[in-house]
Design a protein around this ligand. Structure first.
Ligand code: NDP
Ligand code: MG
Length: 388
């Protein structure tokens, strides 16, 4: 960072998190600037973002779209195709990478930025799910926080942790809250007939499609337990999940004297995104404030692992370690896609994940190649079964 001005490379700028990140930059033009932007296919939104933020580098997946951007903007470094995301991360001039890609495609860019010594604001939780041990090994004993969480629960935890070193000895547990999703109270016999439209209707958060489905199955909470394990170097037996339908308490840290600290706020991703970009400082956000009397009551309960097997499967894979979480993530990505395309029913998601985990032989996840092989093999096996 130079003179307190932060140059940000935003991966996935056309998505839900990416667009909110652009709002943060818009709000603090003197403090943040955009070094680069990346999109999958949304060339129109990317064009508008380039006009507004004047980045030096961009990536877009398809070569036709890349040519279109080259025609529209001269003096812009345009990347596309396989390896292009890693390339922009390796070559662009930035202080912090905001990784808001969805899925395993975000793993290599996270690794590349960390290897380059950059700070990463991580929304792409799949990076840590599939390669958490490997990523921790890259960061090593670096005292400066190189990986900053964007996920609201992990941001809440970061905000509750004491800044003094040696705090780990004082933490008894970390409690992640979960809204419980749209099917929190649905009887088990109704799960098989859940439609994509119903699953995409999240009660408290507005997000991209994939994480909305993951939130409805509680796979997302399983991912977040693994994410917390790696981000805060906390063993699984100290990580707990608590269902809290109002999504006001974003997570909690319990200390060994019995004190529990929580971070509260309205469900809006702009705070955790902005905090990751400005950490360790806080910058103002105008707008609606939390007024607890309006909320009236806050409810908490234990998650039901029987109706939501994805969460249990995911945490089991995390405890097994090695390439097991990469297999679960790959199986889940394929299964969610099949469900959204109405090729399988809702309960098919957990069935596919469970059989992928049973068939997978975990290896030590000590290289990008081993992790990506596990990902590729798992996808291949499932897709072979569902070839139309
Ligand atoms: P979205 O689906 O809204 O956005 C994903 C972004 O990634 C888009 O810019 C999309 O481009 C781009 N993208 C998708 N696939 C590829 C690909 N193969 N190659 C290059 N770019 C690609 O996702 P969200 O913003 O909801 O989520 C992003 C990440 O943040 C996920 O890991 C999610 O779990 C995490 N997260 C999200 C939260 C939320 O509130 N949304 C909360 C906490 C975590 P395009 O649209 O142009 O095709
Ligand atoms: Mg979350």
């Amino acid at each position: 960072m130079v003179n307190n001005h932060t140059k940000i490379l935003i991966l996935g700028s056309t998505g839900s998190i990416g667009k909110s990140a652009c709002n943060c930059v818009r709000r603090f033009k003197y403090r943040f600037s955009v070094a680069g932007l990346t999109a999958g296919s949304n060339v129109d939104l990317l064009t508008g973002q380039i006009r507004e933020f004047s980045p030096a580098s961009i990536y877009i997946t398809g070569s036709q779209n890349a040519d279109l951007i080259k025609d529209r903007f001269k003096n812009l470094s345009v990347y596309s195709g396989d390896g292009g995301l890693e390339q922009i991360v390796n070559e662009a001039d930035y202080d912090i990478l905001l990784n808001a890609l969805v899925g395993a495609v975000g793993f290599r860019p996270t690794v590349a930025a960390l290897k380059r010594g950059k700070r990463v604001a991580l929304a792409n939780k799949e990076s840590l799910v599939i390669g958490g041990d490997y990523i921790r090994a890259i960061i090593g004993q670096d005292n400066e926080r190189r990986l900053l969480p964007v996920d609201s629960e992990h941001s809440a935890i970061l905000q509750c942790l004491p800044s003094s070193p040696g705090h780990h000895n004082t933490i008894e547990s970390i409690i992640l809250t979960a809204s419980g999703g749209p099917f929190r109270s649905l009887p088990k016999d109704k799960f098989a007939s859940i439609t994509p439209e119903q699953a995409l209707n999240h009660p408290t958060w507005s997000m991209g499609k994939k994480i909305t489905i993951d939130s409805s199955t509680l796979m997302n909470k399983g991912f977040e337990v693994i994410e917390a394990h790696h981000l805060f170097a906390t063993p699984y037996d100290k990580l707990r999940v608590c269902v809290h339908p109002q999504s006001i308490v974003h997570s909690m840290v319990e200390f060994h004297d019995g004190a529990v600290l929580a971070q509260l706020g309205l469900p809006d991703m702009e705070l955790p995104i902005q905090y990751a970009l400005s950490w360790p400082n806080r910058l103002p956000i105008p707008g609606k404030r939390l007024n607890l009397p309006d909320i009236k009551s806050l409810d908490f309960s234990d998650p039901d692992m029987d109706r939501f097997p994805c969460m249990r499967l995911c945490i089991d894979a995390g405890k097994t370690g090695g390439t097991a979480p990469a297999a679960v993530n790959a199986a889940n990505e394929v299964a969610v896609d099949l469900f959204l395309n109405k090729r399988i029913g809702y309960t098919g998601i957990s069935e596919i994940v469970e059989s992928a985990l049973n068939e997978h032989t975990p290896l030590k996840a000590d290289s990008v190649e081993v992790i990506e092989d596990a990902d590729r093999e798992t996808r291949k096996k499932i897709l072979n079964k569902y070839r139309s």
